[in-house]
Structures are given as structure tokens and as C-alpha cells.
Design a protein around this ligand. Structure first.
Ligand code: PHE
Length: 453
């Protein structure tokens, strides 16, 4: 059997994991979800859930991955008894990854489209309202969405073909730092807008009366989504880790970076929203509708806008390749396929699931979906994966590590390569008790099975 590929350096791993975590979740999904869920109280929950619930799941996945050196399905299988059902968790992860990759690719397609549009100076001579309209036109154009979806998935195939070190690690190391710098520059611009102070209080000063019960589940889903946990992806990335790497430290760094980027994204977007008097609950179009307005007021619009959307696309790709890599790694193991074959087949299946997502706003397919389910197809997939499938599978991941796997395996994985040994007990406590109980509680409350208010 051939040797499993490993990350070449610890920084390479951090960049790849941060590359998976930081993406459209922080930059596109977080700001509009904050807007829809009333602001600061939601942000506070998101922070708590990221560090107290998401992080334990992240660590659990790394432990399982590095311990078994396998991808989700086989990893669960090899750590449990023959004939046990734990490998179903791996299959649930695969299903979620397919769905997320499908709609994620549609959004990434919008990023590509905005990059090209920026080059053609699409905001020229338009009022802020007209600039906002452009998004609705794009979202409801079936052919254009399909075209970008196809192209984006093709690019993913290109990266994943080259494997872990040359593909994923290489690109993440280049793209992540550039993104961080550009974000800070844009954040600096937003600081100077008159709406900044209003945005700051909207995001930082919690008003708990605005917190609806569903906001709690949404915040949990958001924390899991931005950390990429509850999908077996971090598990797969953990399986490419060598024994010398420090699991607690790297996990904490990734969670912190992700949290900071989400906050910067919100603090960059809401000043524009308030300065121009838009409603904060702008929905999935928020980033695409607000930033071009800011750009159109700034010198060097073409460059700024093109670079920004190109970077948005790059962060999207460092995340989407992690979704595709998870699928590819599992398919390679389950069917003993070559990397190339697994990549082509999983990307093709994703394309098929992506079609209804891409056509969702135009109503070209399933025109009555929204009337029946209350959300269009795209929003439905976005919602069920992050608010239900990821928390449920995160719950089972922690149950697996806390209750099923041998404690000594957990301890030895966690202690390898770390100086933070004193964290072993608190981390195990959160994996065994805190995370599963809280997540279970939130899920049951939301599903209406228990009522506490
Ligand atoms: N965490 C990524 C982001 O925030 C999205 C993602 C979700 C990637 C799930 C992989 C898995 O954009």
C-alpha cells in the first residue's frame, strides 16, 4: 500500500486548515446572517459557540484523523467494532459535503462573475440602488450561473488532482496571507465611513431582546460552518498530519483566525449598509450588493474591486477544495479508485446537485419550491446543512470521541507534539460533556421536542 501523503510543515497544515475554515462562510454568510438575526447578541453566541463547541469538535476530528490515518468512513469503521453503525456518520458527512460544495460553488461562481464585472467597471454611472440591482439580475440568470458553476468546479478539480502538498498546501500558503492583508486595508476604509459607529454598536453591543430562538441554532450552525467542522473534512486533514504536530495549538490558532476574519468582514460591511441607509438583513446578496457601492466611491475602483472579488474567489477555492478533497479521499478508499478518477466522479455528482442551486433564483427548475418549502432550493440546502446536518454530525463526532473511542487513544494523540498538556483535561471534558450536551440541547429545543421558554 502506498504511503499516505502528509503536510510538509506545520504552517502548511495551519494554512490549509485555515484555508478551509476561512472562506465565504466568514465573508459572505456571516455578515448577512448577523444582519438577519439582529446583530450583536448573535455575534456573542457565535463567539461562544466557536470556542466552546466548535473547537472541541475540531479537535475531535483531528484526533480521529491522525490516529487512524484514514478518511471519515474508514476512520469511524476502524475505531469501532465490526458491524457497528458508526461508519454511517462518515456517510452522513459525505452527503453534507456534496450538498455544501454544490451551493458553495454557486456562490463562488458569483465571486468569479463579480471579478470579471469589476474589470468592466459595471458600477459606472449607476446609483447605489442600481448597483444593488445587478446582483438580483445575476442571481436569476440561469445560463450564467451554470457557466460559472461549471468553471469553478473545473478549477477545483485542477487543484485536487495535484494532491495534498502540491495542490492544497501550496495554494493555501500563497493565498491566505494576501487575503488577510487586503481585508485589513478594506476594513481601514470602512473605519472612515460615517456609518461606522452605528455598525460598531450593531455588532458589538448586544440587545438580547432581538434574539429569536432560531437565532441560537443559526449561531451554532454558523460556528460549525465557518470552522468547517461536522463534515469529516478536518478529520481528513488530520489524517495527513504527522505525529510531531500540535493538535490543541493549531486548532486554537485556526479558530481564532476564523473568528477574527468573520468579525472584520462584518465590521467592513455594516458601515456601508448604515452609511447608505440599507436594511441590515440583506440576505445572501449582502456582500455583493454593498461592497461595490463602497468601491465606486473610492479611488482606484477597478483595481480594488477586481482584487477584492478575486480574493473572495481564492478564499472560496481554499474552502471548496477541502470539501472536494474529503469526498475524493473517501471515494478513493471506499472504491479503491485513483485520485484522478475519484476527483472527476465526485465533481460531476456535485455539478448535478449544483444545477438546481444555480437555477434556484430564476425559478427555471422547481418553480414552486419556495411556495411549498418557504425557502428556495438554494436557501433550503444552505439552511439544512449548516443548521441541522453539521450540528447533528458534530454531536455524534464528540460522542464518538468522548464515549466510544478509548480514552488512552485520545490522550496520546492530544499530548503528542504539544506543550499544552495541562489542557488535556479541560479539552476532554468539553468533548465528553460540554459540547454534546449543549449541542443536543440546542437541536432538541429547535426541533420542538423540548420547550424551555
Ligand atoms: N468554512 C468554510 C467557510 O467559512 C466553508 C466550509 C464549510 C468549508 C464546510 C468546508 C466545509 O467558508
Amino acid at each position: 500500500m502506498h504511503q499516505r501523503e502528509h503536510w510538509s510543515t506545520q504552517i502548511g497544515f495551519i494554512m490549509a486548515a485555515a484555508g478551509s475554515a476561512i472562506g465565504l462562510g466568514s465573508l459572505w454568510r456571516f455578515p448577512y446572517t448577523v444582519g438577519e438575526n439582529g446583530g450583536a447578541a448573535f455575534v456573542l453566541l457565535y463567539a461562544l459557540f466557536t470556542f466552546f463547541l466548535g473547537l472541541p469538535v475540531f479537535i475531535s476530528e483531528l484526533v480521529i484523523g491522525r490516529q487512524t490515518q484514514k478518511s471519515a468512513v474508514f476512520a469511524y469503521q476502524s475505531l469501532s467494532k465490526e458491524g457497528s453503525n458508526w461508519k454511517m456518520l462518515g456517510y452522513l458527512n459525505i452527503l453534507s459535503c456534496f450538498i455544501i460544495l454544490a451551493f458553495y460553488s454557486v456562490v463562488s461562481g458569483w465571486c468569479l462573475s463579480y471579478t470579471l464585472m469589476s474589470l468592466t467597471q459595471f458600477t459606472k454611472g449607476k446609483t447605489p440602488d442600481e448597483i444593488r440591482q445587478v446582483f438580483s439580475i445575476l442571481a436569476s440568470s440561469p445560463g450564467i450561473n451554470l457557466f460559472w458553476l461549471f468553471l469553478f468546479l473545473g478549477l477545483n478539480v485542477g487543484v485536487v488532482f495535484s494532491g495534498v502538498k502540491k495542490g492544497i498546501e501550496h495554494w493555501s500558503k500563497i493565498l491566505m496571507p494576501v487575503l488577510l492583508v487586503l481585508l485589513l486595508v478594506l476594513f481601514g476604509y470602512s473605519l472612515t465611513l460615517e456609518g461606522f459607529s452605528k455598525a460598531f454598536s450593531f455588532i458589538m453591543l448586544p440587545d438580547f431582546s432581538k434574539l429569536t430562538p432560531s437565532a441560537i441554532l443559526n449561531a451554532l450552525g454558523m460556528a460549525f460552518f465557518t470552522l468547517s467542522v461536522g463534515l469529516g473534512i478536518i478529520l481528513t486533514y488530520g489524517s495527513y498530519m504527522g505525529p510531531q504536530e500540535d493538535i490543541p495549538r493549531t486548532s486554537f490558532i485556526v479558530a481564532l483566525m476564523t473568528f477574527i476574519v468573520s468579525m472584520i468582514a462584518a465590521l467592513m460591511i455594516f458601515p456601508i449598509v448604515f452609511t447608505f441607509g440599507f436594511a441590515p438583513e440583506g440576505g445572501p446578496g449582502l456582500v455583493f450588493q454593498t461592497l461595490p457601492i463602497l468601491f465606486s466611491k473610492l479611488p482606484g475602483e477597478i483595481i480594488l474591486s477586481t482584487v477584492f472579488f478575486a480574493l473572495l474567489f481564492f478564499t472560496a477555492i481554499t474552502s471548496s477544495i477541502s470539501l472536494l478533497e474529503m469526498l475524493v479521499a473517501n471515494f478513493m478508499e471506499i472504491f479503491s479508485w485513483s485520485r484522478q478518477k475519484a476527483t472527476i466522479i465526485t465533481a460531476s455528482i456535485t455539478f448535478l446537485i449544483g444545477i438546481p442551486c444555480a437555477l434556484s433564483s430564476s425559478g427555471a427548475l422547481f418553480p414552486n419550491w419556495k411556495a411549498i418549502y418557504g425557502m428556495d432550493f438554494f436557501d433550503t440546502m444552505n439552511y439544512i446543512t449548516s443548521s441541522w446536518m453539521m450540528p447533528i454530525s458534530g454531536l455524534f463526532t464528540t460522542l464518538f470521541v468522548g464515549w466510544k473511542m478509548e480514552r488512552s487513544l485520545f490522550d496520546s494523540e492530544l499530548i503528542k507534539g504539544t506543550k499544552w498538556r495541562y489542557l488535556l483535561k479541560p479539552i476532554f471534558f468539553s468533548v465528553k460533556w460540554l459540547a454534546p450536551i449543549s449541542v443536543l440541547f440546542i437541536i432538541l429545543e429547535q426541533s420542538g421536542l423540548i420547550k424551555f421558554h
